[in-house]
Design a protein around this ligand. Structure first.
Ligand code: ADP
Ligand code: MG
Length: 704
């Protein structure tokens, strides 16, 4: 294929050269002309408005003023000289200050004092007077004043680029402007005429110009819409195309009957009435597994919404159709817990359930492998160990994966290979994520959502307490223990400061043991540095009610189920993200008793930290919390979204652009339903861009 002009190495752009190019590559990932064009401004300063001096208030972002400059002075010692001048308009005056290049500025200003100036900068207040440090100044002339009346792009730059290459925001703009008018410059349209006219969109070429040099606010809005739509559209197109192709080409085992395993369990062993939401999703899954397509489905539901039971009922359906099933959990503790729950639920029903985790001995494995291959074992529960090649089933029909975000796509693929046709895959996620994020991250999956909690649960009461009130918190803990309840106390464990965190954990543990002495109280501790069996032993003591308090790091974050535990104390809660706090809180409130979550923080809290605490105190709704989390942290940093390149969006914002996303997904879906292979001539532009976007993904050369 002919190389596009815009693919030219950035080195060859006028004004760049090898040195700057190296820095642009290293610092901003800008390798080609195209990369530079796609290096979008992160904000715009409004130079459409002129302020008056008397309108200036402190903390104002930027102001643009128009007036005269007088009284230019050099002040201070020789090496630390600054230039100070007075700016005056018809409403008042303020000071302009330059700390760098003071001498040169004072000299050049003095020769131009007869002119009128446009001054632009960030005002600050000092001794009751306003000043602007290092303002941009321009002499009022016809040319400058029109230039000034626009929205001006501001680009992110880095210290290195500024100091070593002179490429601050303005410097970057200076590279882009001539590129846009270069003779060979040409931007191909990437969307179809139909889509463009439907939304009255700007052309791609126009949008690329306007994003860097917007004509006015209205144009900028249209430009952003166009570029955001395009970005989201191609992500959705890819996801939906994959899904569409898979649905048509990958055959799935057909589970046509609901038989004895299911019916017997449902009639005689179901521990409680299913919620309507549980019934609905079980049906969605059942229909999917009977359709002849291979199922790839995400089961979303807040902590405690009862996903395990849903999974189990569908596993029984698989067994009714002569298939084996497995359930994979991210940690050993969780796998054991699932094993226990499920063996208890299936007790006396002639169902063979096995467990496989990393710590299992060879002998155990040998027996297990045999049972799997002979078909004697119906259900296998375990950790990553299930992925090992030796683990071979006679006839695996359904794979349930708990807490999907810890498993990569490659691991999912391994599961696919465990039968002649790929088994059905059900992925359970207890990390509620906003719809926009789900569509982007799991857009190639079908989604079932449990949006209702089992009845009779009392909402968890959440409070925020400062460390200074620890004695009172201990008092409350004693009361709860006296009522027969158990308590979790959780400490953060952030990788970078592991040693410190362990010290905090051990100090905390000691102070709790002191405050809750034996023999009246028993305290457990579990953390990641313990051996698996030691962890397990401690966990079991707590599960059995032999200990009153469980001091732990976040290893208990996912899935652990001790209904009698009714208090969750989270230490240094400000160090946790929202979704993690919500996950932790979900460990309590699983029984019939009123449960509590106590968020302990130091007195010093950032504004964001405070918002996180307030959000937790205000609501128990995981989806609502996820929305706030998305706004605060952006998609890339939310729990459950690591390792997903799709979230490095150049311009769209999943927290804000939900409407654009829905539109993009609908259009993509509509288009694919008529033209799954993008062969129609009217979709040629889309097909071309699609292939480019697919191609660029396998281009790892950039990652050094
Ligand atoms: P999660 O969705 O977080 O995995 P679990 O499956 O662990 O939730 O269920 C949480 C708790 O709720 C368990 O103790 C389970 O037995 C209980 N539970 C599940 N479904 C129901 C229901 N329909 N009615 C009452 N309790 C239920
Ligand atoms: Mg669970």
């Amino acid at each position: 294929m002919q190389k596009d002009y815009l693919d030219t190495n950035i080195e060859f752009l006028k004004g760049v050269g090898t040195q700057r190019a190296d820095l642009l590559k290293k610092e901003l990932n800008i390798y080609s002309f195209k990369d530079l064009l796609q290096f979008y401004p992160y904000r715009y300063v409004d130079k459409t408005k002129f302020y008056k001096v008397k309108e200036v208030i402190s903390d104002q972002a930027f102001v643009q003023l128009r007036g005269k400059i007088s009284n230019v002075q050099l002040q201070g010692e020789k090496r630390k000289q600054r230039c100070v001048a007075t700016f005056t308009d018809d409403t008042g005056k303020l000071e302009l200050i330059w700390f760098q290049g003071a001498k040169w500025i004072s000299e050049s200003l003095r020769t131009q004092l007869s002119n009128e100036f446009v001054v632009f900068g960030k005002p600050s207040e000092f001794n009751g007077k306003f000043n602007i440090a290092h303002p941009e100044i321009d002499i009022v002339s016809d040319e400058n004043t029109t230039l000034a009346r626009s929205l001006q792009a501001v680009y992110n730059s880095t210290e290195h680029l500024k100091l070593r290459a002179g490429l601050d925001s303005k410097g970057i703009a200076k590279l882009i402007r001539p590129l846009l008018s270069a003779p060979n410059f040409r931007v191909e349209e990437t969307l179809s005429a139909d889509i463009i006219s439907r939304y009255q969109m700007l052309s791609k070429a126009e949008a690329v110009k306007q994003i860097h040099f917007p004509q006015n606010a209205e144009m900028l809005r249209k430009t952003e819409f166009r570029l955001k739509f395009e970005e989201l559209f191609f992500i959705q197109l890819k996801l939906l195309k994959q899904k569409g192709l898979r649905d048509t080409t990958t055959k799935g085992y057909v589970f046509s009957t609901v038989g004895d395993y299911f019916n017997n369990f449902y009639a005689n062993h179901l521990p409680f009435q299913l919620t309507n939401a549980q019934k609905r999703v079980i049906k969605e899954i059942r229909i999917d597994m009977g359709s002849g397509r291979q199922m790839n489905r995400l089961l979303q539901g807040d902590v405690g919404s009862g996903k395990t039971l849903v999974a189990l009922l569908n596993m029984l359906i698989a067994m009714d159709n002569g298939f084996q099933t497995c359930l994979m959990a991210p940690t050993e503790i969780l796998a054991n817990q699932h094993y226990q729950t499920i063996t208890e639920l299936l007790y006396g029903q002639n169902i063979v359930v096995g467990i496989l985790t990393g710590s299992k001995k060879t002998k155990h494995r040998r027996v297990l492998h045999e049972q799997l291959q002979s078909g004697e074992m119906h259900i296998l529960i375990g950790t990553h160990a299930l992925l090992e090649d030796e683990v071979q089933f006679k006839n695996l029909g359904l794979v349930v994966i708990d807490e999907q975000h810890r498993f990569g796509v490659a691991q999912r693929a391994k599961m696919w290979a465990k039968n002649i046709q790929p088994p059905h895959v059900l992925i359970m996620s207890a990390t509620p994520i906003p719809r926009t994020l789900a569509m982007t991250l799991y857009g190639d999956l079908d989604v079932s959502t449990i949006d209702e909690m089992p009845p009779g649960r009392k909402a968890i009461q959440t409070v925020h307490r400062f460390d200074t009130h620890r004695d009172r918190v201990f008092g409350f803990m004693r009361e709860q223990i006296a009522l027969g309840r158990q308590i979790y106390v959780v400490y953060p464990l952030i990788k970078e400061s592991e040693t410190m965190d362990y010290k905090d954990l051990m100090d905390g543990y000691e102070s709790i043991v002191r405050a809750f002495p034996m023999p009246k109280y028993n305290v457990s501790i579990v953390h990641g540095k313990m051996k698996a069996d030691a962890k397990d032993y401690e966990m079991q003591r707590f599960v059995k009610g032999e200990t009153n308090i469980m001091v732990a790091t976040t290893v208990i974050e996912v899935g652990v189920n001790v209904p009698n535990a009714s208090v969750m104390v989270i230490e240094s809660a400000e160090r946790f993200g929202l979704s993690q706090l919500h996950q932790l809180r979900g460990r309590v409130g699983r029984g019939v008793e009123q449960s509590y979550c106590i968020l302990m923080t130091s007195f010093k809290l950032s504004a964001e930290g405070r918002l996180r605490m307030d959000t937790m105190v205000r609501t128990n709704d995981g989806f609502e919390i996820a929305e706030v989390d998305l706004k605060l942290r952006g998609p890339g940093d939310m729990a459950g979204t690591t390792q997903s390149g799709v979230l490095d969006l150049a311009i769209a914002d999943l927290a804000k652009d939900s409407q654009i996303l829905y539109a993009a997904r609908n259009i993509a879906s509509e288009l694919l339903s008529e033209d799954i292979n993008l062969m129609k001539p009217e979709n040629a532009a889309i097909a071309k861009q699609y292939n480019r976007s697919i191609g660029s993904e396998t281009n790892w050369s950039r990652i050094s």
